[in-house]
Design a protein around this ligand. Sequence first.
Ligand SMILES: Cc1cc2nc3c(=O)[nH]c(=O)nc-3n(C[C@H](O)[C@H](O)[C@H](O)COP(=O)(O)OP(=O)(O)OC[C@H]3O[C@@H](n4cnc5c(N)ncnc54)[C@H](O)[C@@H]3O)c2cc1C
Length: 352
Amino acid sequence: MSDNNTITVVGGGLAGLTAAIACAEGGASVTLYEAHRTLGGRARSSAEPYVADDGPHALYAGASLRWLAERGLAHPIVTPGVRELRRVRFRHADRVIGRPPLSLFRMIARRGMTAPVDEAFGQWATRHFGAEAARAVGGLLGVVTFEADPGRLSAAFVWERFRRVTALPPQARYVIGGWGRLIGRMAEHARALGVRIETGSRVDRLPDGPVIVATSLDAARVLLGDETLRWESGRAVLLDLGVRRERADLFLVSDLDEGGFLERCSLSDPTLAPPGESLVQSHMPMRAGESKAQALDRLERLADLGMPGWRERVTWRRDGVANRRTGALAPAGDDLARPAGHRPRRRRLAGR
Ligand SMILES: Cc1cc2nc3c(=O)[nH]c(=O)nc-3n(C[C@H](O)[C@H](O)[C@H](O)COP(=O)(O)OP(=O)(O)OC[C@H]3O[C@@H](n4cnc5c(N)ncnc54)[C@H](O)[C@@H]3O)c2cc1C
């Protein structure tokens, strides 16, 4: 076997496992190294009986989902149906309302428009749709940007996400049993294709031969010795709760005021919580200079609005901060296309 046919993958998250499977399918002999004891990275889920992802996680319909489905790895997944959609609410002007404001509908009606890369979303959207609509979209997209000031981001970047989030039928899919299950299926598939998976194996120096680096960007920058590997990402406080179930509880609250998001994930997948209880995952983008406690206060206030009485019903709780690990953000003028720099051809970067 030629050297080119032996490939090392560094990182055992979604990107590393995808790369390993694709290379093995192409006939390569693949070894994957994962620093942690378990695979999954940001796609890990907590242990039963409260199965929470690393923040609420949805798979979006599109090429990635198709790739997984073609290999029998996507299912079982669930699409939010009428039961879920009837329990969606919005926070607007500090009230919980059943429909987004009219200005947002006007934007949806013109979602075919093209937005520029070079202009800030806030400026572009205010010019076309007014300040209220621009703010509401920023809040709506907190779920995908984890950014307290989305108005400063590239209009093209925000608009593309707006189109995805407002597409009908809804594009979000939930992996039954949490993303950890998906990782388990991918790992099993990779092993069946002959991929050698070494967990608890941190790579400090890249070996000779073709390598795919599928770590966080910070780790990749060090491993590849490439200082240009930097981009912005969001910062948000996360709160996951087990609560005793009440019939009136909502499915989802999208916070148009502050970019927060709260989802009762166990409504569509009851396996995530013990019988009689719900699993709720939520997050709130942190403002510049804001402490975790302050952001958590704002998030708990969103929970008060969307799920009255939750504090007396809590059976399990964890909170944390997601800092620079929620995916790349493009400020105005940035299309996220990065030159390959002077990276050798046999070094490839995967993930985001
Ligand atoms: C709060 C939150 C919510 C999110 N919500 C969504 C969502 O709804 N939908 C969505 O599509 N995405 C979502 N994401 C993003 C998604 O989780 C990530 O894009 C995806 O999991 C990243 O996978 P990855 O393999 O690129 O990186 P990672 O998951 O970070 O995997 C990298 C792996 O490399 C390992 N590693 C690092 N350094 C080394 C080394 N030197 N040697 C060996 N191994 C190493 C790490 O241990 C890790 O396991 C969310 C992320 C967060 C944090």
